[in-house]
Design a protein around this ligand. Structure first.
Ligand code: CTP
Ligand code: CA
Length: 224
């Protein structure tokens, strides 16, 4: 049973988690989105809550039910909405885990009316979204821990290390999305956890076991 046998190493910790995809509207019937089932973020939310954390789960649309022990659940669509809520709860939080697949860009001029088909080519202008993890990296105090993900198709470790530094994150969970057997819709994943102390490989296993490994890794960084 969830939470009964788990260690309680997260008691008293507040954790903000983003999960799932984001949706940027183009017009009332169309949008830009990113592929994400939300499974990894929801597994982390479940594991952390079972270990005693107060979890704030901020999620884009998924097919999943919020984990039973997670009492603060927020459903969002756009990155701006996700950003606003994440900032609000991060102020009080000890840990932020950004597991959402965030759209890097949003539509510059949203059309209130459905865009009609006309010319052969259509250009939609996009503008950059806020980088939530990076913004948290700028405002965090020296006890707050930020954790990000890096889903890459190539040069995985190199890009993940760059993200660790560029976003001033404490941990980057990296995985290779070019592999067909893991990630995205799969229940399995294989990741490398990266921090300033080095790299730790987590062998291919269920997203539930990966979430346990990530939580163990984060708690090993407490008060360090
Ligand atoms: N992230 C975020 N806000 C964004 C973009 C990304 O919080 N606007 C977070 C993701 O949730 C993830 C981490 O940053 O935890 C890395 O996301 P990724 O898309 O891999 O990084 P980018 O900096 O957007 O780089 P790129 O897409 O060019 O690889
Ligand atoms: Ca991105």
């Amino acid at each position: 049973i969830d939470g009964v046998l788990a260690p309680k190493d997260y008691e008293g910790k507040k954790v903000v988690i983003t999960a799932g995809p984001t949706i940027e509207p183009i017009d009332p019937v169309r949008s830009i989105t990113n592929r994400s089932s939300g499974k990894m973020g929801y597994e982390l939310a479940r594991e952390l809550a079972a270990r005693g954390a107060e979890v704030y789960l901020i999620s884009g649309p998924t097919k999943l039910k919020p984990p039973f022990l997670v009492k603060k659940f927020f459903s969002v669509e756009s990155v701006d909405e996700m950003f606003k809520l994440t900032l609000k709860f991060f102020k009080e939080a000890d840990i932020a885990i950004m597991a959402a697949a965030v759209s890097d860009y949003k539509v510059k001029n949203y059309s209130n009316k459905k865009i009609k088909k006309s010319s052969e080519n259509l250009i939609i202008e996009l503008e950059k979204n806020p980088d939530i993890l990076k913004e948290l990296g700028k405002i965090k105090n020296n006890t707050q821990i930020t954790v990000g993900f890096a889903a890459e198709t190539n040069d995985v470790i190199e890009y993940a290390n760059k993200k660790l530094i560029n976003k001033n994150a404490d941990i980057i969970v990296s995985n290779d999305v070019s592999r067909k057997d893991i990630g995205f819709d799969s229940n399995q994943n294989e990741v490398v956890l990266i921090s300033k102390d080095g790299e730790k490989h987590v062998e291919k296993s269920s997203k539930r076991d990966i979430s346990v490994a990530i939580c163990n890794y984060i708690s090993s960084k407490f008060s360090k």
